[in-house]
Design a protein around this ligand. Structure first.
Ligand code: ATP
Ligand code: MG
Length: 372
């Protein structure tokens, strides 16, 4: 690695004003991102937003048109890909078909001139880490998709890279295998402490594995935050939309003194105090996640009641769907259709489509959405 450009480096990996242009279009625009040593950061966004392009610039497959990448205090501008100490796992595995599991995992070490005894030890460790012990002599065609994906991961891990780059590593797997391998990724990351950049367009995956998530919108970084902060404080409308909240309540803010009140179709709803980082506006939108909505038996009292920190209103059941451990439902609340989900045992008898019910939610489960 070149030591010619030295920067003070509070963070292990820094993307500084990274830009990549294809023809007339910026695939990546002025991207600034700092990743701490040992951190697992996801690049998240829809198809075509520049995730792979960014990863390939870090790996050295593409040269940025502007900006720089700094790793451990050193610019990578003049460092070719194979000398960056990064290892990449590709979406399509890219295993050598004519080599066994052992051969695939060993290959990079051979190329690096590692001695035979050490190669055997390190291949053994890597194969154990991804739980492929016993399959060393199989060929890729004799493995399942999930096993092949583990070989690809072992092939990267065995090199003890300074950076692990993963491009949608789980996207070809079926949902249950995906969840299992996702947990293994988290465990391996905890064990090895490798600084990792993971590309995904799957929100749940990013939430489950990441220390921090960078949300890309057409090549521009919209937000870089912890999963919880992305969920509860989306910075832009794009991020909020990407979160795919089931219910969005739109209304006019009446008061912000004390408890905030919002007028939604003529009904006053208690709302959390306005966030200082959002532009003050009368018209305001709140997300209400389906799992935070609760159906309760209708009360005889007035349909509008205020409990401390909760809202409760009369509504009518529009649909009910059995989902196994949970019931998914929708209700009509003054012309708005709200989606809800709760465990079956938390629901009361006699609940059916058309029934009058009350719906309830905690005020602080409303997520204020940005308008820009
Ligand atoms: N070699 C290329 N030539 C021209 N345009 C390209 C090239 N590679 C990528 N692009 C464009 O750059 C943009 C970003 O592409 P990129 O592959 O980084 O997206 P992505 O976020 O990885 O998408 P996906 O989730 O579909 O893999 C896209 O609009 C794409 O069409
Ligand atoms: Mg891609």
């Amino acid at each position: 690695m070149s030591k010619s450009h030295s920067y003070p480096a509070p963070d292990y990996l820094q993307l500084q004003g990274l830009t990549k242009v294809y023809g007339e279009r910026n695939a990546v625009s002025d991207l600034n991102l700092s990743v701490a040593r040992g951190e697992l950061v996801s690049l998240l966004g829809p198809s075509g937003c520049g995730k792979t392009t960014t990863l390939h610039m870090i790996a050295g497959f593409h040269t940025p048109d502007e900006g720089d990448i700094v790793l451990d205090g050193c610019s990578l501008r003049n460092v070719p890909g194979h000398r960056r100490g990064a290892a990449m796992v590709f979406q399509n595995y890219a295993l050598f078909p004519h080599m066994t599991v052992h051969g695939n995992v060993e290959f990079g070490l051979k190329m690096a001139g590692v001695s035979g005894a050490e190669r055997r030890r390190r291949v053994g460790d890597a194969v154990e880490l991804v739980r492929l012990g016993g399959l060393e002599n199989r060929y890729p065609r004799e493995l399942s998709g999930g096993q092949q994906q583990r070989v690809a991961l072992a092939r990267a891990l065995v090199l003890k890279p300074s950076l692990l780059l993963l491009d949608e590593p789980l996207s070809n797997l079926d949902p249950s295998l995906r969840r299992a391998l996702r947990q293994e990724l988290v465990d391996i990351h905890r064990l090895t402490g490798m600084t990792t950049v993971l590309v995904t367009h799957d929100l749940e995956e990013a939430f489950a594995v990441s220390d921090r998530i960078a949300v890309l919108n057409q090549g521009v970084l919209d937000q870089f935050d912890t999963p919880r902060a992305i969920y509860t404080r989306p910075k832009t409308r794009f991020v909020a939309d990407f979160l795919g909240h089931e219910n969005v309540l739109e209304g006019r803010r009446i008061s912000t003194e004390g408890t905030a009140r919002v007028d939604i179709s003529g009904t006053l709803v208690e709302a959390p105090s306005p966030r200082p980082d959002l532009v003050a506006t009368e018209l305001i939108r709140y997300a209400l996640p389906a799992r935070q909505l609760h159906i309760v038996a209708p009360s005889n009292e007035s349909s509008i009641q205020r409990h401390a920190g909760r809202s409760r209103f009369g509504a009518r059941v529009k649909s009910l769907a059995f989902m196994g451990s949970a019931i998914s439902y929708s209700v009509d609340w003054q012309g708005l259709v709200l989606q809800g989900e709760q465990t079956a045992d938390a629901l009361f008898d006699g609940l059916e489509v058309g029934a009058a019910v009350d719906v309830s939610w905690a005020t602080d489960h409303l997520i204020e959405l940005p308008n820009v």
